[in-house]
Design a protein around this ligand. Structure first.
Ligand code: MSK
Length: 661
């Protein structure tokens, strides 16, 4: 029998093989053992009240399949999806809320450990919020921005602030269909309310509110988070980094930052090279301190500081199995509870830092933005103190890959026109001419039920081969980074001739790293800027653009998929559909949403079909916009092998340009 490929990340597979030879359990072995419940998997299980759980199976029609209360299969499936959207929105909402409180603390002078690093971005955001900034003290503006954004969480009536950043036509669709989000918390609460037993029993109405909730994430919680993170820690610009489970160093203290919110991680980056800490590490026999990232925290610190990433979700246990991590510090989201169990078999200390995430067996060091540096130093010291406890046991990896990370909307505009003529004109023109066929936003998790990272890698390679520019976030970025895909050379070696020409002219990779999960909002604002630039669609809907989450896991991913669909982007998720039991719900999410918003949410387990569907959507959008028919190979020249000078030139073009906007 052929060996089952559990992860397509070569270095991860190496560690996994080592682990399995020692009977060490991972998410891969658990995924193999625990088959998904076929009823719950497709959305046919209702457990919102205690007359059930009701399993809506075995009937001839969806209307015949009813729970004890009479709820039909489409109602149950729709409710389940809306609850997923609400949970995902809550995660990103809390993330945004925490960032807003940190900004407020900075503005009030309650913490000396953070500063506003990007005043231009603060002014830009103040402008969106109609807050006067000319001639005012920076902290006063920051306070007004923080307070105004915090209002988005508890607002009862009106509309979330950033909604008005969307193209007018997109906003009109939202108004027409009643999905303009009021307040983030309000939409989440209403989702839970509507989906209890005896409430909304119309699948379309339920799903419509699901979209409203999702929009409060995309244009609310997540966007607040991205914007404030840029204000506090700097708007990303391309920067060199490395990716792989091989980033850990034998002779140095290895400290990993894992999770999502960047405040603690940024502070650790700040203190880790302090001479006192480095000297202290040396007293313990280490040659230095090596900081690495995991999951979305990795994306945050990689794109601002070039901190290397050990990979995405499925690499977290494997990281510990290298035997080289002295401490893994986690905050919120995507933290496997299994971490503490596996850490017992090695010397790694797992440190929790958020009230919201406690792991039995972990050491808790509560983060507090008011004394951030003191806490960060304490954490670094815990890692240093644990260095002498390192055992010989572990699967060491040496291979690592170069990465160019950190493409913000601001940088993408800049790279197309410089400081004074920053715009999306060249990209729009390249799409109009058919040089670039379209754009795919590739996002979401890597999943142990696939050959993990494999579907990301397959789609990224095939899409760029077809002249489709890929922008990536979250663990999709990690999947591409750990495969060595996030470099300009990827264009030379793998992109179609038209896309290659564009990438070579600007000196960018054909897969642009846009950041973490909350940074999917950068795709929304980029699409908005492209609509405003002209020549393509005048709204987000109708663009030759598609969203793909090939290996999704989380409720956050569902919420993201839905806010893209509501914003006008056809979205395709890999894997089985969580509403697959109901053809009516599937019809609403595809046909009805496309009619109303020009977006859709599909689930498709076959990666080849995902590719086909994405390209079909792009080509149909091109046709509807009356753009030049895309012809493969029409642009570009013969592939030339680049000499070192040419490579250096590309590298130089991709380097950070300080103070550019
Ligand atoms: S970390 S939500 S596994 S992308 Fe943002 Fe990765 Fe998915 Fe978590």
């Amino acid at each position: 029998m052929d060996k089952v490929v559990k992860t397509a990340n070569k270095e991860a597979a190496q560690v996994l093989e080592w682990a399995e030879s020692r009977n060490l359990e991972t998410c891969f072995t658990r995924a193999e053992r625990l088959k998904p419940c076929p009823i719950g998997e497709t959305g046919a299980c209702c457990k919102v009240c205690h007359m059930g759980p009701c399993r809506l199976v075995g009937k001839n029609t969806e209307e015949e399949a009813r729970g004890v209360c009479g709820a039909t299969l489409p109602v149950v499936a729709a409710r389940n999806l809306v609850r997923m959207i609400a949970a995902g929105t809550a995660c990103h909402g809390d993330h945004g809320r925490d960032m807003a409180f940190t900004l407020l603390a900075v503005a009030n002078g309650d913490t000396k450990d953070f500063q506003i690093k990007d005043v231009k971005k603060l002014y830009r955001v103040a402008g969106y919020l109609n807050i006067e900034f000319e001639g005012r003290p920076v902290n006063d503006v920051a306070k007004d921005v923080a307070i105004k954004l915090l209002e988005d969480f508890g607002r009862q009536r009106g509309v979330v602030n950033f909604i008005k950043r969307a193209p007018k036509k997109t906003q009109e669709r939202w108004e027409k269909w009643g999905i303009l989000p009021r307040g983030i918390d309000r939409e989440i609460a209403e989702s839970l309310d509507r989906t209890t037993m005896g409430m909304d029993a119309d699948p379309d109405s339920l799903l419509t509110h699901g979209l409203r909730t999702a929009l409060s994430n995309g244009w609310g919680g997540s966007m607040i988070s991205t914007e404030i993170t840029d204000i506090l820690f700097g708007t990303p610009m391309p920067i060199k980094a490395e990716a792989s489970l091989g980033i850990f160093k034998d002779e140095e203290v290895n400290l990993v930052i894992h999770g999502h919110e960047p405040s603690l991680a940024e502070t650790i980056v700040d203190v880790v090279s302090e001479p006192e800490l480095v000297a202290y590490a040396m007293t313990k026999g280490a040659k230095g301190i090596n900081l690495g990232g995991m999951c979305c925290t990795a994306n945050e610190v990689m794109m601002r500081h070039g901190i290397p990433t050990a990979g995405g979700f499925t690499n977290q246990e494997l990281g510990i199995m290298t035997g080289l991590i002295d401490a893994m510090v986690v905050d919120v989201q995507c933290i496997m509870p299994a971490l503490t169990e596996i850490s017992k078999k090695f010397h790694t200390k797992v440190l929790t830092t958020s009230e919201k995430v406690r792991l039995p067996g972990a050491q808790h060091v509560q983060f507090d933005e008011h004394r951030a540096k003191e806490i960060a130093r304490e954490i670094v010291k815990i890692a240093i103190n644990n260095f002498p406890n390192r055992k010989k046991e572990g699967s060491h990896i040496t291979e690592k890959f170069p990465v160019i990370a950190g493409f913000s909307q601001e940088y993408i505009e800049y790279m197309q026109g410089g400081k004074w003529r920053a715009s999306f004109r060249p990209l729009n023109d390249a799409i109009m001419a058919g040089r670039v066929r379209g754009v795919v936003g590739m996002a979401g998790c890597d999943n142990p039920r696939f050959p993990a990272t494999g579907v990301h890698k397959f789609l990224a390679t095939e899409l760029i081969k077809n002249d489709v520019l890929v922008v990536s976030t979250g663990c999709s970025s990690a999947s591409c980074a750990t495969a060595g895909f996030l470099t300009p050379e990827m264009a030379i070696e793998n992109a179609g001739p038209g896309l290659r020409e564009v990438c070579e002219a600007i000196g960018i990779p054909p897969i642009l790293h846009l950041g973490s999960c909350v940074d999917n909002t950068r795709i929304l604002t980029i699409a908005t800027a492209m609509a405003a630039e002209g020549g393509l669609s005048d709204e987000i809907g109708g663009m030759p653009a598609v969203g793909i989450a090939p290996e999704f896991i989380t409720e956050k991913a569902i919420s993201i998929g839905c806010y893209f669909a509501a914003s006008g982007v056809p979205v395709i998720f890999g894997g089985e559909s969580p509403v697959g039991a109901s053809s009516e719900v599937t019809r609403i999410m595809t046909e009805v949403w496309f009619e109303r918003f020009k977006g859709a949410l599909h689930f498709e387990p076959d990666p080849e079909k995902i590719l086909e569907m994405a390209i079909d959507y792009i080509d149909k959008a091109r046709e509807a916009l009356k753009l030049k028919k895309y012809e493969p190979g029409r642009f570009g020249t013969e592939r030339v092998l680049m000499d070192m000078a040419a490579r250096r030139e590309i590298e130089r073009a991709a380097k950070p340009h300080l103070g550019i906007y």
